[in-house]
Design a protein around this ligand. Structure first.
Ligand SMILES: [Zn+2]
Length: 143
């Protein structure tokens, strides 16, 4: 489960060191270093690194946005792209997993990785309208 960080914890008019950010968000210093690699801006390459409060705040907001971003109708979360993607046309299939749940399988239209999404069978009709669907035989009998 991804942690939820509060962007309002940091002050935009302050500067922060890696240790201060680690303390503020109760994370390990290595987590902050990972954030730097993932796009958190620092003012320059001089150690100790200094991060502007307003950059930190924006980064935390973005981080939450990424974790929170839901799939639109017709999208499936791609693990490789780490974002919701539309399936490549003609790759989407619906399978039944249990009497109540099914699974959509498709390929990402950007990186071509396999994508999966579970859904309630009661939502099947709505979902089918949003995906270009090839029904497997098994599914046709339920319909
Ligand atoms: Zn992808």
């Amino acid at each position: 489960m991804a942690k939820r960080y509060n962007p309002n914890k940091c002050k935009i008019n302050r500067n922060y060191s890696i240790s201060e950010i680690a303390l503020l968000y109760d994370v390990h210093k290595n987590t902050v270093k990972t954030w730097l690699r993932r796009g958190l801006k620092r003012i320059d390459n001089q150690r100790p690194y200094i991060i502007l409060g307003r950059d930190l705040k924006q980064f935390i907001k973005d981080l939450r946005g990424i974790n929170k971003r839901p799939c639109e109708l017709g999208e499936i979360y791609c693990m490789r792209c780490r974002t919701p993607r539309k399936p490549e046309q003609g790759t989407t299939t619906f399978d039944t997993e249990t009497t109540r749940y099914g699974r959509i399988k498709a390929s990402c239209n950007v990186c071509n990785s396999a994508m999966n999404r579970y859904f309630r069978l009661s939502d099947l009709e709505v979902l089918q309208r949003h995906f270009a669907v090839i029904l497997p035989l098994q599914q046709k009998r339920i319909g």
